[in-house]
Design a protein around this ligand. Structure first.
Ligand SMILES: C[S@@+](CC[C@H](N)C(=O)[O-])C[C@H]1O[C@@H](n2cnc3c(N)ncnc32)[C@H](O)[C@@H]1O
Length: 548
């Protein structure tokens, strides 16, 4: 669906009309590296720059948060957005009270519309539809237009999130933790969009405006049984998966978490770009009247012409910054976290029941646990599924089916007779078990293998990246900003994996030397050979067999 856009220079009129308080700032287009006192509005994208920042908030005069000037304290308030403009689960349902069309769509999608993301995405989609050049003459049919219908025209034409990467750019993610996340997200978006279509094509205006009118089959019946009805409908549809990806990307990159409104979008506040804690100037908050304010931090100064930034969260991993916001700060020196998929092996006879108990996503999180300027950062890992993967019936894990009072049946998991509540409870009991070192060693070996595989893929696909580096024609297939950023992500994640592997290998060696493990390995030898006869070579092979 085509979208309507307005130049950012016309935003002040919208701001005034809607009662937003603005003090000492303007909205403007920025280059990637906007410098102090630079209001040139350039949008340079030199090779040393980060991706283009788009629109931002720029100070028009010198201000100092919390400091006294002429006897009055500067509260540092730069923007004040009234509560009725906040887009949250509650306000979307508020709009729906006086807009039957919106209400019908929210009702049709059911549970999804009772989440902030679901309600807001549908609302945004309706605003885009209202002003789309594709729907001229039909906007009456789409329900009530409001301030957000106009505000949507100031949203970026393109959003640099990975859900919009080309096939070639997605290939560059191979070996990074972002690849898994992006593929899962794309699959989820496709599913959501199919459900939206299914749920709303029975609504007259949706069928007419979104799904291609008569070609859209309201009953989902394919009378000829050749699948053509659906295909024809999809081809004629004005609303496409790209539109759904667009509203999802808007929400992801502009959503704020407010103390009372919860997950919400706030016009104008969402024009604030990010900078790291050292250089950040402002923060957002809700005041006593429910307004959302953008405010200078206490003791922070801005000078006229300088960009006013907020922090999107300095603790966020590199992959998450790219996933949610589409950029990676130049100063980022650590991936901070890598999440890798890791599951119970298929040949585990208890896999199905174990998975019924492990509610957490099957994977392992490797993260930087401590940093100091003196030594290399240390890493740690966390995984719930690993404890289910490491123990079996012969160790003391058991599953049993109990008859409930109402005649139903309930599956129970037990560790050495004690009923298990969840993964955390299993891990707690394992830590207190006399065989803890042995179980731990199995976990460490499995995680080490997973990290080594990931590092291997990253290294192998790194060869492909080196080839692209050497070949201008190949490089032309990528947007320079995206190419450069993913190369940095690859290097950061390789560094974190390397540190993780080193730490785990050391831990494996420590555990192998533990008396409990030596004794256990001794017991695994044929009776003729005493534990002392087992050479270290043999022991290491046993560990490979027993612990992988
Ligand atoms: C909340 S919006 C900020 C307003 C946005 N620049 C616009 O044009 O509407 C977040 C988006 O701004 C961009 N952005 C914010 N801070 C950035 C930075 N430090 N470097 C590059 N892009 C940035 C990213 O595209 C991000 O997804």
């Amino acid at each position: 669906m085509k979208r309507a856009h307005l130049p950012i220079e016309t935003l002040p009129a919208w701001v005034k009309l809607n009662g937003i308080g603005v003090e000492s700032v303007v909205f403007g287009t920025l280059g990637a590296d906007h410098h102090e006192n630079d209001t040139s509005g350039s949008s340079s994208s030199s090779s040393s720059s980060n991706s283009n920042k788009g629109t931002g908030i720029i100070a028009t005069e010198d201000r100092a948060g919390g400091e006294s000037a002429l006897g009055a304290v500067d509260t540092g308030v730069l923007l004040k957005v009234p509560p009725d403009l906040i887009l949250s689960l509650e306000t979307v349902h508020g709009y729906a009270k006086s807009d039957g069309r919106l209400r019908a769509v929210l009702e049709a999608v059911g549970e999804f519309a009772r989440t902030p993301r679901g309600a807001i995405l549908i609302f945004l989609l309706m605003q885009i539809t209202h002003s789309s050049p594709d729907c001229t003459g039909q906007s009456q049919a789409v329900g009530v237009a409001g301030p957000w219908t106009e505000y949507m025209k100031y949203m970026p034409r393109e959003i640099p999130l990975p859900t919009f990467y080309s096939e070639a750019e997605l290939e560059l993610l191979r070996g990074t933790s972002l690849r898994l996340a992006v593929h899962a997200k794309l699959a989820a978006l496709e599913k959501e969009f199919a459900r939206l279509r299914e749920a709303t094509r029975g609504i007259d205006w949706c069928r007419e405006v979104w799904w291609g009118g008569e070609d859209a089959d309201p009953d989902g019946d394919d009378l000829e049984g050749d699948g053509d009805d659906d295909v024809a409908g999809e081809e004629a549809a004005r609303l496409t998966l790209e539109d759904w990806k667009y509203v999802d990307a808007l929400y992801r990159s502009r959503m704020v978490d407010l103390p009372t409104s919860g997950h919400a979008m706030v016009p104008c506040i969402d024009m604030a770009n990010h900078s790291s804690e050292e250089t950040v100037k402002a923060l957002y908050d809700e005041d006593a009247e429910g307004n959302v304010v953008l405010q200078l931090r206490y003791g922070k100064r801005v000078r006229a012409g300088e960009e006013v930034t907020i922090s999107y969260g300095d603790e966020k991993p590199a992959s998450e910054m790219i996933f949610s916001y589409g950029f990676l700060d130049r100063e980022t020196a650590d991936a901070k976290q890598v999440f890798l998929d890791l599951d119970i092996p298929d040949d585990d006879p208890l896999k199905v029941v174990k998975k019924a108990f492990c509610k957490e996503p099957p994977g392992v999180r490797v993260y930087t646990s401590a940093t100091d300027s003196e030594s290399a950062p240390t890493t740690a890992w966390e995984s719930s599924i690993i404890w289910w993967a490491c123990v079996n019936e012969e160790d003391g894990l058991d599953f049993t089916v109990l008859q409930t009072n109402d005649g139903g049946r309930e599956l129970k998991a037990l560790w050495k007779g004690a009923e298990l509540r969840d993964s955390a409870h299993l891990s707690e009991l394992l830590r207190a078990d006399p065989h803890w070192d042995i179980i731990q060693l199995r976990a460490v070996v499995l995680i080490l293998e997973r990290l080594e595989t990931q590092a291997w893929v990253l290294r192998e696909t790194g060869l492909m990246v080196s080839e692209i580096d050497e070949n201008e024609d190949m490089r032309a297939m990528f947007r320079p900003d995206v190419y450069d950023m993913i190369k940095r992500l690859r290097a950061l994640e390789m560094n974190l994996l390397g540190r993780g592997i080193e730490g785990l290998a050391m831990r494996r060696d420590e555990l192998m030397a533990s008396p409990a493990v030596s004794q256990y390995l001794g017991q695994q030898q044929p009776e003729t050979a005493g534990a002392e006869d087992v050479s270290s070579q043999q022991q290491s092979e046993d560990v490979e067999d027993d612990f992988s």
